[in-house]
Ligand binder design. Structure first.
Ligand code: CA
Length: 315
């Protein structure tokens, strides 16, 4: 490992507490994460809340509290509710869509607890307060979720986000913040048009739309506006070997580095392992040590911190 790779708490300590709750963020902080992730969605009254999905159905009791407010697809969308209404909801451990069954059965019992939707303001206040009281500098890692969807509903999510981040002191390039987005047009706009000086992370998936972006030329263009690349970890392996018992590194990590990008793959989870990893520790060791990533997203930040630190000590 070169520089100390960062551990990004994916949706908080989501392996242990319902994702994106303040409780989960406080736990992730306490477990030693370097950065806490926020997925950012806007409400009807243009407030910013921390939620992963555009709809509320898989993590809240919205159908019980607001019957009849669903769209024709049966789902209740965040953008159709004012913040005051959203604050009446309970947040639960994630369920499988259209089911009462937990997405990850070994996690916090679903339908239990008294968790609430957090605003981005509330979460940023929590992190700043913990940094003050514990003498740390844990960073933030907000994601601009579905900017085109928001624009179609009359909301410029990126602009709202950057105003909010600046109000909390996240303004300059050296602020402990990475802003991520899957939409390359929007992320470029954040840098070139909205004047964002924070670290930017281009998220990518395996979809066709990213093929050009992941070419040598494409990565050079990404590096014009972004500081890091956020691929799925499988994208960093040799495609032919990713189902093998001992997968080999692919060319993407080195290509991204040549373009000047750091690489932060997603998402490492104890309860969703690829066939070649016996446990999360082994998987993390492969990416921290075998590949040498600059950071990674993990649902179990304590395990990622422990594995990273023991590798750094050379054990
Ligand atoms: Ca995210």
């Amino acid at each position: 490992m070169a520089e100390t790779p960062i551990v990004i708490a994916h949706r908080g300590a989501s392996g242990y507490l319902p994702e994106h709750t303040l409780e989960g963020k406080a736990l992730a902080f306490g477990l030693g994460a370097d950065y806490l992730e926020q997925d950012v969605i806007a409400t009807r009254d243009a407030e910013l809340v921390v939620l992963h999905d555009l709809h509320l159905d898989d993590v809240t009791n919205v159908a019980q509290i607001f019957p009849g407010r669903e769209r024709s697809d049966g789902r209740h969308y965040v953008i159709d509710f004012d913040l005051a209404a959203l604050q009446q909801l309970n947040v639960f451990e994630r369920r499988r869509p259209g089911s009462a069954a937990a997405r990850f059965p070994e996690r916090f019992p679903t339908a239990k607890g008294s968790f609430r939707i957090a605003t981005l303001d509330e979460e940023l206040v929590l992190i700043a307060g913990l940094n003050a009281s514990m003498g740390r500098r844990v960073g933030i890692y907000p994601e601009i979720k579905h900017p085109r969807w928001h624009r179609d509903h009359g909301i410029d999510l990126s602009r709202l986000l950057f105003v909010k981040l600046a109000a909390h002191g996240y303004r300059e390039a050296d602020a402990p913040a990475f802003v991520q987005c899957f939409d390359a047009v929007e992320l470029r706009r954040a840098r070139m048009e909205l004047g964002c000086r924070l670290n930017l992370v281009q998220l990518v998936g395996t979809e066709d739309e990213y093929a050009q972006l992941l070419s040598e030329d494409g990565l050079e263009r990404v590096a014009d506006y972004a500081d890091a690349l956020g691929p799925s970890y499988a994208q960093l392996l040799d495609a032919g070997s990713s189902a093998a018992a001992r997968p080999k590194p692919g060319p993407l990590l080195a290509a991204a580095r040549r373009a000047g990008l750091r690489v932060h793959p997603y998402t490492f989870r104890r309860d969703d392992l690829p066939p070649y990893a016996a446990d999360l520790e082994q998987l993390l060791t492969l990416f921290f040590s075998g590949l040498g990533v600059d950071g990674l997203f993990c649902d179990h930040p304590d395990i990622a911190v422990r594995v990273r630190d023991s590798l750094l000590r050379g054990k």
